[in-house]
Design a protein around this ligand. Sequence first.
Ligand code: ATP
Length: 243
Amino acid sequence: MSSTMATKPRRQTGVVVEQVVRQFGDRVVLDHLDLTIADEELVILLGPSGCGKSTLLRLLAGLDRPDGGRVEVPARRAIVFQADRLLPWQRVLRNVTLGLHGADAEQRARDVLAEVGLAGREKAWPKELSGGEAQRVSLARALVSEPELVLLDEPFAALDAITRLRMHDLVRALRTKHQAAMLLVTHDVDEAIALADRIVVMSNGRIGTSHEVHLTAADREASVAREELRARLLEDLGLAGQH
Ligand SMILES: Nc1ncnc2c1ncn2[C@@H]1O[C@H](COP(=O)(O)OP(=O)(O)OP(=O)(O)O)[C@@H](O)[C@H]1O
């Protein structure tokens, strides 16, 4: 994948995780885990706290290495964390252009800031932003390098419910525009249903079940299909009977 970047600069194949093992001391966190993500697919990773979701994301981001198995990822990757991690001493625009090269870097950053609804806020300092705005900047920073894979680790968990819904709309719009594969970690079953092409549930260090989501926009709002899927996911998570 990355070795073919010179000849095929865009649209590599997606993610392949095969029999991956990661352990910390005696604790086996990822236990021969398999996962594939197709080009431009949005996969939601659900799982209980401590099951290894962030560990998997770190491997995919290249921030950590597996103890066994194979991880294949596209060369251009970006990661968005729960906390925005913006540099407080840099204005919004500079936070997005950091690490970019080329004469058009600033214009690209302005364009992507406009896409996330922050045109006119380029000169703001991070401390002047709301939580939702700060995560919009984080998304802009992730997308400005035109990644083939975007990893999102509970990106909206710290936001209020209404802002979170707005961010869902934004993610759907950005997907259409940017066509990257995305892997988004969340604890929120409704968020998963709202966004996913496919939902994978992690338990015991592996991907336990995988649900293709075939909901229309109307289905996603309120429907039997959605409630059925929600019930199945809660069952997978061992939370059946809860709301
Ligand atoms: N660098 C490390 N050294 C030792 N143990 C680690 C390390 N990183 C993760 N772990 C352990 O691996 C397990 C999985 O952690 P991880 O952060 O991947 O879980 P998670 O599913 O993302 O949890 P949460 O949903 O609460 O964020 C935990 O028991 C954690 O303590």
